[in-house]
Design a protein around this ligand. Structure first.
Ligand SMILES: NC(=O)C1=CN([C@@H]2O[C@H](COP(=O)(O)OP(=O)(O)OC[C@H]3O[C@@H](n4cnc5c(N)ncnc54)[C@H](O)[C@@H]3O)[C@@H](O)[C@H]2O)[C@@H](O)CC1
Ligand SMILES: [K+]
Length: 457
């Protein structure tokens, strides 16, 4: 499983440029910043190279400028370094090129070495890599035991993670902040393990990577209702609603109701009918609607009643399909957390423009609800524009029923009164998956929720 720093700021290329401009305006020189960036990367390269031969690739922009600093720093400390260049840098990058006293060979002909440092392009990449450059990069990566990218793997679009012919990296040293390209789409996989380097440029952002929540065991005077009551609406596919209910129980809800005709599930699960008393029960801290609900008239009626009641809602699966393009009008002003996968999201809000982060923020603002836009790169956005991205969840989670488990987890944290139930649930879900290991199934995931919670106490 790849590692990504927790609670790291995420900024676009434009925001990064603005942060750099502010640092320069406050008296730092671009040379100082580039020296710091290069040294920060070089420290990691030295550690990972452990004495093995290093090839540094230096591109035509400031990413290349960083690369020449890396090469100089390593050579000055006795490492075996060669450099291959692409294009002639300008400005401060040209000064760094001039300060490298060794040879600069051609990218096309250079032989691979055990350690590859990719400093061809960073946040300035603006179009797909030329075929010969992409070919050379791929060849050199294949010939290396480890590839370390400076700031971003060359050919990953900074702001949306799309693949512009990148070869990828095993480790990426992100400078000053993470970029959407480290956590979204193809960029997430291409970046490998991500390290965050401080280059003395302060960065502020409302977007962060997911962080381990800090949880408390129940207080001494807790009873079942103070720990949170969750109700799950059952429907056409009882297995899904049962998974959500069991996940809510495992996640610490004190009282979990499965409402409908299904009588299955553990003995501690309370069964009730979907009568007016249920929808009017003020003790319900979160009502889950959608897992296994179905899409028939009965399902639609249950969704209507859920939307009409005053309880906080967790809407998933069939509830999202039933809402479809009416989501924006029907959800405005509701206290709800939505957990769509990409297909459901697109049906509700359209394919739209921009990155997954941009689109999720826009949708959350439109409906005034928190959205957990699921995937290998789960993006959580609230109506105020705060974003959390889960970028290192095990890919084994891509199996039937894991979304139902997440809905139950969100509901449990919501009913417990958590400040950020969606992010906490997504962290616990990913951690439970890591603990469950390869080949996990949704049922087994529930068995590891307790272990994930233990790590947060
Ligand atoms: N602005 C600064 O002072 C700092 C920048 N830093 C580094 O600079 C990077 C950004 O630098 P730049 O904005 O110069 O951008 P890059 O170095 O990422 O690349 C920009 C150059 O590549 C060209 N280019 C873009 N896409 C191309 C393609 N597909 N094929 C061929 N040429 C292409 C552009 O025309 C430009 O000349 C960061 O990722 C980071 O590594 C750090 O040194 C910190 C300080
Ligand atoms: K790079």
């Amino acid at each position: 499983m790849r590692r990504v720093p927790e609670h790291a700021p995420i900024v676009t290329a434009a925001a990064m440029r603005a942060a750099e401009a502010a640092a320069f305006a406050s008296g730092q020189s671009q040379r100082e910043v580039m020296e710091r960036a290069g040294a920060a990367v070089a420290v990691q390269v030295a550690r990972l190279a452990a004495g093995r031969a290093i090839l540094v690739l230096a591109g035509p922009g400031n990413n290349g400028g960083d690369a020449y600093v890396v090469a100089r720093w390593l050579a000055e400390r006795g490492h075996d370094v060669t450099v291959a260049g692409l294009g002639a840098p300008t400005g401060v990058a040209a000064e760094m090129r001039a300060a490298w006293t060794g040879e600069v060979t051609d990218l096309d002909t250079v032989a691979p070495r055990v350690v590859l440092v990719d400093g061809l392009f960073g946040t300035g990449v603006s179009r797909p890599l030329a075929a010969d450059v992409a070919r050379a990069l791929a060849r050199l990566r294949r010939g290396a035991a480890i590839t370390i990218a400076i700031d971003l793997p060359s050919g990953i679009a900074t702001d949306d993670g799309s693949d512009l012919e990148a070869a990828g990296a095993d480790v990426t040293v992100a400078l000053a902040a993470l970029k959407p390209g480290h956590v979204l789409g193809d960029g997430a996989g291409a970046s490998g393990h991500v390290l965050l380097a401080d280059i003395g440029v302060p960065v502020a952002s409302h977007w962060h990577t997911l962080a381990r929540p800090s949880l408390e065991p129940p207080p001494r005077d807790a009873h079942k209702f103070t720990r949170g009551m969750v109700a799950v609406l059952g429907g056409a596919m009882p297995g899904a609603s049962r998974l959500a209910a069991r996940a809510a129980m495992a996640a610490g809800a004190g009282y979990v109701v499965l409402a409908g005709e299904d009588r299955g599930g553990p003995d501690a699960l309370v069964h009730r009918t979907t009568d007016a008393d249920l929808f009017g029960d003020p003790r319900i801290g979160a009502l889950v609607c959608g897992p296994g609900l179905g899409r028939d008239a009965a399902a639609s009626d249950l969704l209507d009643r859920a939307l009409a009641c005053e309880r906080p809602l967790v809407l998933d699966g069939d509830a999202l399909s039933l809402l479809g393009a009416d989501a924006a009008t029907r959800l405005r002003g509701k206290h709800a957390i939505l957990t769509p996968h990409s297909g459901e999201f697109d049906r509700m809000f359209g394919v739209g423009q921009g990155s997954k982060i941009d689109r999720t923020i826009a949708a959350a603002a439109r409906i005034g609800c928190t959205i957990v836009h699921k995937g290998a790169d789960t993006v959580i956005a609230d109506p105020a524009g705060r974003v959390t991205v889960s970028a290192a969840a095990p890919t084994w989670l891509a199996s039937a029923g894991t979304g139902d488990v997440l809905a139950g987890l969100v509901a449990a944290r919501c009913a417990a009164g958590a400040a950020d139930p969606a992010s906490e649930a997504v962290w616990l879900h990913a951690r439970a998956a890591a603990l469950a290991g390869a080949g996990l199934i949704a049922d087994g995931l529930i068995d590891h929720i307790g272990g994930a919670i233990e790590e947060c106490l």
